[in-house]
Design a protein around this ligand. Structure first.
Ligand code: FE2
Length: 197
Protein backbone atom coordinates (compact mmCIF):
# COMPACT_ATOMS: atom_id res chain seq x y z
CA UNK A 1 0.00 0.00 0.00
CA UNK A 2 1.26 3.49 -0.77
CA UNK A 3 2.60 5.37 2.18
CA UNK A 4 1.83 9.08 2.01
CA UNK A 5 4.38 10.91 4.11
CA UNK A 6 3.71 14.14 5.94
CA UNK A 7 4.87 17.30 4.13
CA UNK A 8 8.63 17.72 4.45
CA UNK A 9 9.33 14.15 5.52
CA UNK A 10 12.03 12.51 3.36
CA UNK A 11 11.17 9.47 1.29
CA UNK A 12 12.35 6.24 2.86
CA UNK A 13 15.52 4.91 1.21
CA UNK A 14 14.22 1.34 1.53
CA UNK A 15 10.85 -0.35 1.18
CA UNK A 16 9.56 -1.08 4.69
CA UNK A 17 9.82 -4.83 4.21
CA UNK A 18 13.51 -4.56 3.25
CA UNK A 19 14.42 -2.42 6.26
CA UNK A 20 15.46 -4.64 9.21
CA UNK A 21 13.84 -3.49 12.42
CA UNK A 22 16.17 -1.87 14.96
CA UNK A 23 15.53 -2.00 17.89
CA UNK A 24 13.85 -5.36 17.69
CA UNK A 25 11.76 -5.31 20.88
CA UNK A 26 9.85 -3.00 23.19
CA UNK A 27 12.35 -3.59 26.00
CA UNK A 28 15.27 -2.66 23.72
CA UNK A 29 13.35 0.44 22.62
CA UNK A 30 12.75 1.52 26.23
CA UNK A 31 16.43 0.93 27.06
CA UNK A 32 17.37 3.16 24.12
CA UNK A 33 15.09 5.92 25.44
CA UNK A 34 16.92 5.83 28.75
CA UNK A 35 20.27 6.00 26.92
CA UNK A 36 18.96 9.07 25.09
CA UNK A 37 18.26 10.78 28.41
CA UNK A 38 14.50 10.22 28.73
CA UNK A 39 13.23 10.92 32.26
CA UNK A 40 11.39 8.05 34.02
CA UNK A 41 7.99 9.60 33.36
CA UNK A 42 8.67 9.68 29.62
CA UNK A 43 9.87 6.07 29.62
CA UNK A 44 6.71 5.13 31.52
CA UNK A 45 4.55 6.89 28.91
CA UNK A 46 6.14 4.78 26.18
CA UNK A 47 5.69 1.57 28.16
CA UNK A 48 1.98 2.32 28.61
CA UNK A 49 1.41 3.25 24.96
CA UNK A 50 3.24 0.07 23.88
CA UNK A 51 1.01 -1.89 26.26
CA UNK A 52 -2.10 -0.32 24.70
CA UNK A 53 -0.67 -1.05 21.23
CA UNK A 54 -0.26 -4.73 22.17
CA UNK A 55 -3.88 -4.92 23.35
CA UNK A 56 -5.03 -3.19 20.18
CA UNK A 57 -3.04 -5.57 17.94
CA UNK A 58 -4.24 -8.62 19.88
CA UNK A 59 -7.86 -7.51 19.58
CA UNK A 60 -7.52 -6.93 15.85
CA UNK A 61 -5.80 -10.31 15.41
CA UNK A 62 -8.65 -12.03 17.28
CA UNK A 63 -11.04 -10.39 14.80
CA UNK A 64 -9.01 -11.71 11.87
CA UNK A 65 -7.78 -8.22 10.97
CA UNK A 66 -4.04 -8.60 11.54
CA UNK A 67 -2.71 -7.66 8.08
CA UNK A 68 -0.05 -5.39 9.54
CA UNK A 69 3.36 -5.71 11.17
CA UNK A 70 2.63 -6.17 14.89
CA UNK A 71 6.27 -5.89 15.98
CA UNK A 72 6.68 -2.60 14.13
CA UNK A 73 3.53 -1.18 15.74
CA UNK A 74 4.77 -2.13 19.23
CA UNK A 75 8.32 -0.82 18.79
CA UNK A 76 7.02 2.31 17.03
CA UNK A 77 4.68 2.92 19.98
CA UNK A 78 7.63 2.42 22.36
CA UNK A 79 9.63 5.20 20.65
CA UNK A 80 7.03 7.57 19.18
CA UNK A 81 7.74 10.48 21.57
CA UNK A 82 11.53 10.08 21.63
CA UNK A 83 11.84 13.71 20.55
CA UNK A 84 10.52 14.80 23.94
CA UNK A 85 13.97 13.96 25.32
CA UNK A 86 15.08 17.06 23.37
CA UNK A 87 11.86 19.09 23.76
CA UNK A 88 10.56 18.30 27.25
CA UNK A 89 8.14 21.26 26.99
CA UNK A 90 6.02 18.95 24.84
CA UNK A 91 5.98 16.25 27.54
CA UNK A 92 2.39 16.79 28.59
CA UNK A 93 0.86 17.35 25.17
CA UNK A 94 1.07 20.39 22.94
CA UNK A 95 4.15 21.37 21.00
CA UNK A 96 5.12 19.75 17.72
CA UNK A 97 8.87 20.39 17.68
CA UNK A 98 9.50 16.97 19.13
CA UNK A 99 8.09 15.08 16.16
CA UNK A 100 10.68 15.93 13.51
CA UNK A 101 13.42 16.12 16.15
CA UNK A 102 12.52 12.62 17.33
CA UNK A 103 12.66 11.22 13.81
CA UNK A 104 16.14 12.64 13.25
CA UNK A 105 17.35 11.69 16.73
CA UNK A 106 16.34 8.06 16.27
CA UNK A 107 17.93 7.81 12.82
CA UNK A 108 21.15 9.30 14.24
CA UNK A 109 21.19 6.53 16.85
CA UNK A 110 20.89 3.65 14.42
CA UNK A 111 17.12 3.14 14.59
CA UNK A 112 15.62 1.77 11.37
CA UNK A 113 13.76 4.29 9.25
CA UNK A 114 10.66 2.08 9.43
CA UNK A 115 10.65 2.58 13.21
CA UNK A 116 11.97 6.16 13.37
CA UNK A 117 9.19 7.37 11.04
CA UNK A 118 6.64 6.79 13.78
CA UNK A 119 8.17 9.66 15.79
CA UNK A 120 7.08 12.00 12.98
CA UNK A 121 3.97 10.26 11.71
CA UNK A 122 2.14 9.57 14.99
CA UNK A 123 1.06 13.20 15.06
CA UNK A 124 0.50 13.51 11.29
CA UNK A 125 -1.94 10.65 10.97
CA UNK A 126 -4.33 12.61 8.77
CA UNK A 127 -1.77 12.17 5.97
CA UNK A 128 -1.45 8.43 6.66
CA UNK A 129 -2.52 5.70 4.27
CA UNK A 130 -0.64 2.87 5.94
CA UNK A 131 -1.86 0.79 8.86
CA UNK A 132 1.20 0.70 11.12
CA UNK A 133 1.52 4.49 11.64
CA UNK A 134 -2.24 4.79 12.09
CA UNK A 135 -2.23 2.06 14.75
CA UNK A 136 0.64 3.76 16.62
CA UNK A 137 -1.30 7.04 16.53
CA UNK A 138 -4.40 5.22 17.76
CA UNK A 139 -2.55 3.53 20.65
CA UNK A 140 -1.27 7.00 21.63
CA UNK A 141 -4.91 8.05 22.14
CA UNK A 142 -6.53 4.87 23.45
CA UNK A 143 -3.92 4.29 26.18
CA UNK A 144 -5.59 7.07 28.21
CA UNK A 145 -9.11 6.27 27.07
CA UNK A 146 -9.28 9.06 24.48
CA UNK A 147 -11.49 8.40 21.46
CA UNK A 148 -10.81 10.30 18.22
CA UNK A 149 -13.55 9.61 15.69
CA UNK A 150 -11.64 10.66 12.55
CA UNK A 151 -8.61 8.59 13.49
CA UNK A 152 -10.72 5.52 14.29
CA UNK A 153 -12.62 5.91 11.03
CA UNK A 154 -9.36 6.02 9.09
CA UNK A 155 -8.13 2.91 10.91
CA UNK A 156 -11.36 1.08 10.08
CA UNK A 157 -11.11 2.06 6.41
CA UNK A 158 -7.52 0.81 6.16
CA UNK A 159 -8.33 -2.40 8.04
CA UNK A 160 -11.29 -3.01 5.72
CA UNK A 161 -9.15 -2.40 2.62
CA UNK A 162 -6.35 -4.66 3.89
CA UNK A 163 -8.73 -7.50 4.67
CA UNK A 164 -11.06 -7.07 1.69
CA UNK A 165 -14.01 -6.77 4.06
CA UNK A 166 -16.89 -4.33 4.15
CA UNK A 167 -16.27 -1.07 6.03
CA UNK A 168 -19.35 -1.37 8.25
CA UNK A 169 -18.68 -5.03 8.94
CA UNK A 170 -15.20 -4.11 10.17
CA UNK A 171 -16.51 -1.10 12.08
CA UNK A 172 -18.98 -3.22 14.03
CA UNK A 173 -16.17 -5.52 15.17
CA UNK A 174 -13.34 -3.10 15.87
CA UNK A 175 -15.41 -0.55 17.77
CA UNK A 176 -15.52 -3.12 20.56
CA UNK A 177 -11.75 -3.64 20.24
CA UNK A 178 -11.16 0.11 20.62
CA UNK A 179 -13.56 0.14 23.60
CA UNK A 180 -11.65 -2.73 25.16
CA UNK A 181 -8.35 -0.81 25.05
CA UNK A 182 -9.87 2.53 26.11
CA UNK A 183 -11.69 1.10 29.11
CA UNK A 184 -8.38 0.78 30.98
CA UNK A 185 -7.48 4.41 30.27
CA UNK A 186 -8.05 5.70 33.82
CA UNK A 187 -6.06 2.84 35.30
CA UNK A 188 -3.16 3.48 32.88
CA UNK A 189 -3.26 7.22 33.61
CA UNK A 190 -3.03 6.42 37.31
CA UNK A 191 -0.03 4.19 36.64
CA UNK A 192 1.59 6.90 34.52
CA UNK A 193 1.69 9.09 37.62
CA UNK A 194 3.40 6.42 39.66
CA UNK A 195 7.12 6.37 39.82
CA UNK A 196 9.06 5.13 37.74
CA UNK A 197 8.84 2.67 34.81
FE1 FE2 B 1 2.60 9.97 23.20
Amino acid sequence: MACLRPPGMPRSPLPTGADPMRPASVEDALALLTELGAVPHLVKHHRLVAEAAAELCDGLAAAGLDRFDRAEVLVGAALHDAGKTLHPDGMHGGGSEHERAGYRLLLAHGVSERVARHAWMHAAWDDGEELEPILVALADKLWKGKRVADLEERAVRLLAEASGRDFWDVWSVVDAVFDGVAVSGDERLARSMLHPS
